[in-house]
Structure formats: C-alpha cells, structure tokens
Design a protein around this ligand. Structure first.
Ligand code: ADP
Ligand code: MG
Length: 599
C-alpha cells in the first residue's frame, strides 16, 4: 500500500518555521522587514522575556484590507511578487510569503491592521484561525506574537538565556536602524526603552547611539562607486577595533546580509592600520542593480549570491584604503574633555585616552554583548615601574634598510618639552601635539622587531649568565609545544628540573630587551591560553618584546632623545596606535584653542 502522503498546510508551515524563524530574533527580523516593505517610517518593537512571551511590532505603514489581513497568513501568499521575472528584480525585503504563516504556526499571533479604509483584527493560534473581525486601529499594522515556540519544545530548548535572546534582538534592531537611517525605531525590552533612533537620516548620530560618543567621533562617511556598485555607510578610524567580525555590518540594497567575503574585503581595507586579529567597526551598504544579486538563497534571507563579486571586493578595498589614507590624522582631543583640561588643570591627561563611554541608550544587554566580544587574550603591559634600571633609549633606526617616507604630519613637528616624565610636547602649524612616550616607543619597537623578524636568520648571542625561570611546571610538561611556538623567533628553552626552565642563548636582535621580564610574561601567556594561533602568539611575543625594551613613563629624556623618538615614530607604517591599540599621540588643534579662548 502506498505510504506517501502530502503534508497538511499546518505541518508544512511548522517545518518552514524551523528555517524562517529559528529564534525570537528571526521573528523580529521578519516582522520589521514587513513593516519596511509597507513603507513605514516609524517602527516600534516590544519584547518580553527575550521574545518568548511577547514580540510586538507596530508600524505606520500601508496596512492591509480585511481580506488581505487573513490572506497574509496563508502559505506562499505575498503581495510582493507575482511573475517569474519578478524574482530577478526584487525591490522588497520579503518575497517568499512564508514568514507570517510560519510564525503563526508556532505561536499565538494577533494582527491589527488599518489600510486607511478597513480596520481589522485577525487572531491565529498555533496555525488555527480563531477570529477575524472589524476592530479600531491606527493606520498601519501591529503584529503581536505571544507564547512563541510553546508548543514546539525542541525549539524552545534550543534557545539560550533571556538576556542572550534579548541582546540578539537589540543587535538586529540596531542594524535595521543603521540600514534605514530614515526610519525611527524604538525597542522596549521588558517595558523598558533600550533603543530609540530619530529617523533623521544621520548615520553619525546612529553611531553615537549604538557605539557611544568616542567611536562616533571617529566615524566617517564611506564613499566609493564604479559602474555597477555604489558604496555608502560609515567607517570608524582604526583607533577603535573589535576582536570579532560582528563589528562589521553589511547591507546589499539595504538588505542586512551575512557575507564573509565582504567582511574580509572590509578588513583588508584596514590592513595597514590594524593588527591582523582585530576587526574594524564598519557599516557598509552596497547599492546595485537587483539583477546582480540573487536573494533567493535561504529562507531566512541572510545569505545572497553576488555576480561580479571580485570587482566589488576590489572596489571596497580601494575605497576604504583611500578614505583612511585621507583621514588618518592625529587623535584630536574630544571637545568636552578639552574644556575640562583647560578649566580644571589638575585633571590628569591620562584620562583623555580612556576607552569609549557607552551611550545612555545602550542597555545591559548591549553591555553583555561587549563582554562577549572580549579578545581571546588581551595583552596588558606591566605596571609602570620606576625603581628598576631602565633600558637605554634604543639607538638603532626605527625601521631597517628600505628608505621609508616619513609621515608628513609628524615630520613637521618641532619638539618643545617633556611633561611629567610621561609626555612629549611638540608644535606644528596644526597645533600642539602630545605624545605618550611609552606608547610611541612601543609602536616604534614593535615595527622594529617585526622587520628584524622578517630579516632572519640573525646571529646568536650566548648569555653570560643563563636565565633560569622557576615555578613553570606546566611549561616543562609541554616544553616541545612551547618551543615549537618559539621556533620562528630562533629561541629555545630547556627543562632544568620538573618546574624550572633555562634560557641560554638568544638571537642577537633580542639582546636589548629585558629578557627576564619578557620571557616570564610569554610563559605566563602560554600557560593561560595554550590554544592560541601561531599568528596571535607571534604578535604577543613581538608586543612583549616591544613593551619591555621601551622607555617607560617617568623617564627623563633629553631633547635629542625626544626628537629621535618623534622622528622614529614618523617612520612607522602605522604611527597612530601602540601595539595594544592605545593612541600614541594626540593633537590639540589650533582651531580648538582659538574656539576655547574665544578668538
Ligand atoms: P512576504 O513578506 O514574503 O511577502 P510575509 O508572510 O512576511 O511574506 O507577509 C505576507 C504578506 O502580508 C506581505 O506580502 C504583505 O502583503 C502583507 N504584510 C505583512 N506584514 C505587513 C505589514 N506590516 N504591513 C502591511 N502589509 C503586511
Ligand atoms: Mg515578509
């Protein structure tokens, strides 16, 4: 007897729901996309319990008449395409006609809609139409989704904590706001407002709301186009980076997409300015002819297929590189802090180089998201010590051999004085420059070691007194793995006892560093994270070497030493940040001084 039968519509919807709306964030995404397609310019989202109790999306868009309001919940029902060729000219975010029936099959869904003539309320519970009636409503549509996945326990189990699901929703709403700066979005999480955009089209204002003041101040608009593509969006100068690629948001024709190759292209555009394991903060929209993109790849519509991908990648890399080259200037003092410095002289300049403050709109969920983004290991320099003998200011040229064009901004600076044994002051027609002497030196040494490392092999030096490191049983146990990582630096350690290792010989180029401190730190890092990649270990070792061979705070420098330091910094490929990402110098611009002194 034949066993195959056609699935009923409810089951098909539930199966589709598995793909269309994997989790509450997916429901929010589909509903907001529908509101955008309905030309709304105000969209409000409310969620309770990470969206499992309630997701409500309200808009002031076109609304539906009473017939469509019911019809919208039928499978494969859409107003957005009707002919085969429409599939190649998709102007809307939706087109599959799957979202509403899928969502309504796994929740209790109420749709309240008004198209300017009809005003209708439709209720569907777990795929069953409960009622459709006239009901007063404002122009637009509100979709209320309750008890999501209550009858699909497998799906419910798959969800993470309420905070996590809420943070994903906040993230997707913020991305919509970045993709549609002309739409005003509000998000309430458990009755509390956590995000609100004005819809005034200002991308920099959106960056402020989402990433905070400091980052917004470093955000610049992206431009770039060729015959097929037009780029827009914002890029943050490389003073601020993140440890994951989530900081890169990409849109194709304002459709939020996941496309690793484009993220790589964006990272590539920053290559000269940020370490290889960091990611820039970028929002990029690419406008192109709909025929060049196939959006019908996956039900959740996160993925697309692009024609002329290579050409687009080249355009992105070139546009970002050029914008960065034009824009890279000294870190100017934030305006607010400038006032403080001037009127409250006792405030330490160190407070000027803090990490960004988050904006008042950023909720706890967002803060948690930041925590998730912590780098796998974050390298911190040793506390500044004053009692130890300091290594002398290094005499070698900052960059070996190849003639390097000095950075034109830095080479025009005249060194004035040292301040508090920490900062070097200099002037140029642009204004007053303040160098952090330790960070600047770290940058110089970092690039110096990087070059030396490339020029291997070098001579070796046997240490007069071999260095013995105690209390490293873990290293002794894994001595081969540790030495394997060290191999590319031409160094090896030996086990001396069950918990002692000994270092007898180093390459000549390492001799100027404080070997004891450097190796203690490298071993400690190895022990705390043994799974780091060769590349991140390489960066760590170079940064550690650079740190322990650099001049410190509280070290007096002669005029000649200061001039050499500024000169060496001007020869660096990336003079703006130390290897840990802190600024090396900042500019108190002449024009800001004039403003402050009311000239
Ligand atoms: P799709 O968006 O792929 O067309 P959906 O299931 O998401 O499929 O929506 C079905 C239809 O319901 C849409 O084509 C649209 O006509 C209508 N619709 C859904 N949401 C809204 C809304 N917020 N405002 C107006 N019409 C809507
Ligand atoms: Mg849709």
């Amino acid at each position: 007897m034949a066993k195959i039968q056609k699935l009923n519509e409810h089951l098909t919807n539930m199966i589709a729901a598995g793909e269309v709306v994997e989790r509450p964030m997916g429901v929010v995404k589909e509903l907001v996309e529908n509101s955008i397609d309905a030309h709304a310019d105000r969209i409000g989202i409310r969620i309770i319990e990470g969206g499992t109790q309630l997701i409500e999306v309200s808009d002031n868009g076109s609304g539906m008449d009473s017939q469509d309001a019911v019809f919208a919940f039928n499978r494969h029902s859409t107003s957005k395409i009707s002919l085969e060729q429409d599939l190649w000219h998709i102007h809307s975010l939706g087109f599959r006609g799957e979202a509403l029936p899928s969502i309504a099959s796994v929740s209790k869904t109420v749709c309240l809609t008004n198209d300017g003539t009809d005003s209708t309320q439709v209720t569907i519970a777990f795929g069953q139409l409960q009622e459709a009636k006239k009901s007063p409503a404002n122009q637009g549509t509100t979709i209320r989704v309750q008890d999501l996945f209550q009858r699909t326990p497998a799906r419910l189990k798959h969800l993470r904590s309420v905070q996590y699901e809420s943070s994903l929703i906040l993230d997707v709403v913020q991305k919509f706001a970045l993709g549609y700066p002309d739409i005003a979005f509000t998000l309430y999480v458990d009755q509390k407002p956590v995000f609100q955009s004005s819809g005034n089209g200002d991308m920099i204002e959106l960056m402020y709301l989402i990433y905070g003041n400091e980052i917004a101040r470093k955000a610049i608009l992206i431009t770039g186009e060729d015959y097929d593509f037009k780029l827009s969006g914002v890029m943050v100068l490389p003073q601020f980076t993140r440890s994951t690629r989530y900081s890169i948001t990409t849109f194709i024709n304002h459709r939020m997409i996941r496309y690793p190759k484009l993220q790589n292209a964006i990272k590539e555009g920053y290559k000269r300015h940020i370490p290889s394991d960091r990611y820039p903060i970028v929002v990029l929209n690419i406008d192109l002819d709909e025929q060049l993109v196939d959006v019908n790849v996956h039900p959740s519509k996160w993925e697309v297929r692009l024609s002329k991908e290579k050409q687009l990648i080249e355009l992105i890399v070139a546009s970002l590189e050029k914008t960065l080259a034009d824009q890279m200037r000294a870190n100017t003092l934030p305006e607010k802090t400038l006032e403080k410095t001037i009127y409250y002289q006792q405030e330490s300049l160190e407070t000027l180089v803090q990490e960004p403050q988050s904006s008042p709109f950023i909720s706890k969920a967002a803060a948690r998201k930041e925590e998730r983004e912590e780098p796998a290991f974050s390298y911190r320099p040793q506390p500044m010590q004053t009692s130890e003998p300091e290594p002398a200011l290094i005499q070698e040229p900052a960059v070996a051999e190849a003639p390097v064009q000095p950075n034109s901004e830095l080479s025009s600076i005249r060194v004035l004085a040292q301040m508090h044994g920490k900062y070097i002051l200099g002037e140029s027609p642009q204004g007053l420059y303040i160098f952090d002497q330790h960070a600047s030196m770290e940058r110089i040494r970092y690039e110096y070691y990087q070059h030396l490392l490339l020029d291997k092999p070098s001579d070796r030096q046997t240490l007069l007194i071999p260095l013995v490191f105690d209390g490293h049983a873990q290293i002794v146990q894994q001595i081969d793995a540790f030495n394997e990582l060290l191999e590319r630096f031409d160094v090896q350690v030996e086990a001396l006892s069950t918990d002692q290792v000994i270092l007898r010989e180093v390459p000549l180029w390492m001799k100027d560093t404080d070997l004891k401190e450097t190796f203690e730190e490298i071993m400690e890092r190895f022990q705390s994270d043994q799974h780091q990649s060769l590349e991140s270990f390489r960066r760590l070792v170079i940064a550690t070497l650079a740190c322990h061979s650099s001049i410190r705070f509280n070290q007096h420098l002669s005029q000649a030493e200061m001039e050499k330091l500024v000169h060496d910094l001007s020869l660096c490929e990336q003079p703006y940040n130390c290897p840990h990402g802190r600024p090396t110098f900042m500019l108190l611009a002449e024009k800001d001084l004039e403003k402050t002194f009311l000239r």
